[in-house]
Design a protein around this ligand. Structure first.
Ligand SMILES: Nc1ncnc2c1ncn2[C@@H]1O[C@H](COP(=O)(O)OP(=O)(O)OP(=O)(O)O)[C@@H](O)[C@H]1O
Ligand SMILES: [Mg+2]
Length: 471
């Protein structure tokens, strides 16, 4: 156990009791349990000692000559508001103990007590305080430097992203945002708009990937009456709607060549024509484009115009995948816990250390969006005591609820060959196992490997029955 709040590795407990026999009992057994125990014989003395040394917990007798346990508790809390104080009381004075709880005591124990009972209360009190301190420091970190608008993350690469956004936002320069699915591209686009002089004007998102070429073209540039069958009236395109503001071209890599040519013209001339129109229209629009495929690669394969690529690629924001910044996982997890506890009107949710460890060790192929889904589910399904345990988040990961099939493979250069091959083999094995109803011998035949080899691989990849149906 690590010491909370001070350098000694032992956790320190201050016992304040006027009866020598009680002092001795508590000091002996807590000492045996590995705590460092200091004794005070009165409330006044206890407060003096607490002034000179930080404690992890205090045990205070309610009835003492001089200042009583309640006043002592208040004085201790003034020195350290987070210090858990456990009140010891004779059975007859439970009411005063309740009063003490109202005034800030953490818990009370009635005499005679069992040592185990005291130990349990002390352990819980210290644990809870540690969690509170951790959450508080994370909150502070979130509020201050580890965020930009709604973007959360303290990783060095994210800090670089914030700096770049802050610098680039005020200009009208075109920005290209690259990153795998769920890394926060849209969030970054909105943050850029929010920090630009255009913030009061429109922010218009165009999901370029979801539309066939002619529809995308009329959506972007509008059309005149009679331009095509069904064009019964003329219509403004999104470039006109976004006038003075920002247009966000999502999934730019999937835009058809015809539309690429028109976009190039907007970027070069800052003007365009409606479909079927003859008039040129001036475009005062800031363009932000996003892609989760490697555009340079598409250019090399002649699927994307190189001149458009160079026009778009003036300032590039690269968002790192979550697996490359696991240090952001606790911060993000608490950010989403805050978000979903507010949304679900629960304020009693805490994340256990073990659950956090599970979250930290997963590779999150769906990135921040997938982590967010996992937390939302955990908050909604949290047990009555509000503690999110490891099993609850492990279930989400094992069930593979997140639909990875919708995701393009990661851009070359973002993951090592080893990682890709690893992922690929693992998925293949799971699929073979599924097909063979998880009979390893049959799956081995399907894969054309020896059953012993397959068994070794299953162990190496940590594949378990729970991953059935994942692929
Ligand atoms: N750094 C972050 N801090 C807080 N929330 C984040 C962060 N990154 C992503 N999110 C959240 O994750 C979800 C996905 O983010 P977003 O839609 O911006 O990703 P994307 O890169 O556009 O994904 P896709 O390529 O699939 O469209 C959103 O709910 C967003 O708020
Ligand atoms: Mg997006």
């Amino acid at each position: 156990m690590g010491g909370g709040g001070h350098l000694s590795s032992k956790q320190a407990i201050l016992v304040i009791d006027d009866e020598p026999i009680m002092q001795e009992i508590l000091a002996d057994f807590l000492g045996e349990e590995g705590y460092e125990v200091d004794i005070a014989s009165s409330g006044e003395e206890g407060v003096e000692i607490a002034r000179t040394k930080p404690y992890d917990c205090a045990i205070v007798d309610l009835m003492m000559p001089g200042i009583d346990g309640i006043q002592t508790t208040q004085a201790l809390k003034e020195l350290d508001a987070t210090l858990p104080v456990i009140m010891i009381t004779a059975f007859a004075s439970v009411e005063s103990a309740v009063e003490a709880m109202k005034r800030g005591a953490h818990e009370y124990i009635t005499k005679p007590f069992k040592n185990d009972e005291v130990l349990l209360v002390v352990q819980n009190a210290i644990k809870q305080r540690e969690l509170e301190i951790e959450v508080r420091s994370l909150r502070r970190a979130l509020r201050d430097k580890y965020r930009f608008e709604n973007i959360v993350g303290k990783n060095r690469k994210m800090q670089e992203v914030y700096a770049l956004i802050a610098q680039a936002a005020p200009s009208r320069s075109t920005i290209l945002i690259q990153g795998e699915s769920g890394t926060g591209k849209e969030l970054v686009a909105k943050a850029i708009h929010a920090n630009s002089p255009r913030t009061d004007k429109a922010f218009v998102t165009v999901n370029s990937g979801a539309m066939p070429a002619d529809l995308l073209e009329s959506t972007l540039f509008g059309h005149v009456k009679g331009a095509f069958t069904g064009a019964v009236a003329s219509k403004k395109g999104l470039f006109e709607v976004a006038h003075g503001g920002t247009i966000f071209l999502d999934e730019i890599g999937t835009v058809a060549p015809e539309v690429q040519a028109k976009l190039l013209r907007v970027l070069q001339e800052r003007e365009f024509m409606r479909v079927g129109g003859v008039e040129t229209i001036k475009a005062d629009v800031r363009i932000i484009a996003a892609t989760n495929v490697n555009l340079r690669q598409l250019v090399a394969e002649k699927l994307f115009r190189d001149d458009l690529y160079y026009r778009l690629n003036v300032i590039t924001v690269n968002l790192p995948p979550l697996r490359e910044r696991p240090d952001d996982i606790p911060l993000l997890a608490h950010h989403f816990i805050d978000k979903y506890t507010r949304e679900n009107e629960r304020n009693d949710i805490t994340l256990s250390q073990e659950a956090l460890d599970v979250l930290r060790s997963f590779h999150w192929p769906g990135n921040v969006r997938e982590l967010e889904n996992a937390i939302e589910r955990a908050v909604v399904l949290a047990p009555p005591d509000g503690l999110i345990r490891a099993e609850l988040v492990q279930e989400y990961i094992d069930s593979g609820s997140f639909d990875h099939s919708q995701m393009p493979s990661p851009p070359i250069g973002s993951v090592s060959l080893k990682e890709m091959v690893w992922e690929f083999q693992k998925n293949l094995i799971i699929r073979a196992l599924d097909q063979a109803d998880w009979v390893q011998k049959d799956a081995a035949a399907l894969l054309n490997v020896k059953p012993t080899t397959l068994n070794e691989m299953i162990k190496r990849y940590g594949i378990r029955d729970a991953q059935r149906e994942q692929v």
